[in-house]
Design a protein around this ligand. Structure first.
Ligand code: SF4
Ligand code: SF4
Length: 233
């Protein structure tokens, strides 16, 4: 039996989700480390993750979102469940004009979160982080409420949290505006737009490939049967 690329990616992400759920303090969030430095002003708090994750984003883009983040896999299941229930093969589109503006909300939330952390001297982003509710199920009341709201939103709009609210995605997005490895169409592309119809981040792949918004799920590459889209330098 041939195991497809998306099956392997889903297995990797599901394993991370399981790990987050059973561990009490395992969290790979780069923003946690950034906040710790902001709070302590101590460069001894500088950990290898603060080099490794940004470096991966600069070279490969938001691979963390596509392969590690436990919240991402929950949202993938949510929109795929809706598509199954509606017997649809096309990911529902959100109003493009609103979508194009809303994607910047997460960058604003990142700046506000870091500013408040610095000003009030506690881990503001971690306190409200819905992913925190996965770490040994130890989230705060706020994080569990937000988790519920984002899951409801995620049913109606694919990757609702990842597209518009996630400050980790925003930070990694800023680092992967021009990554070394990019998603590119080539001369085999027939402009059928099947790749765009399968993009959960609603990226205009053919006309305006926005690398900072791409979560490296490779659903577009898997969808194209012509070999018209590749991930390459
Ligand atoms: S699915 Fe493939 S052939 Fe169709 S538009 Fe996308 S890259 Fe081009
Ligand atoms: S462009 Fe491709 S890899 Fe990027 S988010 Fe869309 S489907 Fe996933």
């Amino acid at each position: 039996m041939k195991i497809g690329f998306q099956t392997i990616r889903n297995l990797i992400k599901t394993s991370f989700l399981g790990f987050f759920l059973i561990s009490n303090n395992f969290c790979l969030c780069i923003l946690g480390f950034v906040q710790r430095i902001l709070l302590t002003f101590n460069l001894q708090e500088f950990t290898p993750q603060l080099i490794v994750f940004p470096a991966i984003a600069v070279v490969f883009g938001r691979l963390f979102c596509g392969f590690v983040c436990p919240f991402g896999i929950i949202f993938e299941w949510t929109y795929k469940l809706k598509m199954k229930m509606k017997k649809s093969k096309i990911i529902p589109k959100f109003n493009p004009k609103i979508h194009e503006k809303l994607i910047y909300l997460k960058y604003i939330l990142l700046v506000i979160g870091l500013y408040l952390t610095f000003k009030y001297g506690f881990y503001v982003i971690c306190t409200v982080c819905p992913i925190g509710s996965f770490v040994g199920l130890n989230g705060t009341v706020i994080s569990f409420i937000l988790l519920g709201l984002f899951l409801i939103g995620g049913y109606f709009i694919p990757m609702f949290f990842c597209r518009y609210f996630c400050p980790i995605g925003a930070l990694l997005g800023l680092l992967s505006t021009k990554p070394v490895f990019k998603i590119k169409t080539n001369d085999k592309c027939t402009k059928c737009r099947l790749c765009e119809m399968n993009c959960p981040m609603q990226i205009d792949i053919l006309n305006n490939m926005d690398e900072k918004e791409c979560i490296r799920c490779f659903e577009c590459v898997s969808a194209c049967k012509k070999g018209g889209i590749k991930y390459e330098k």
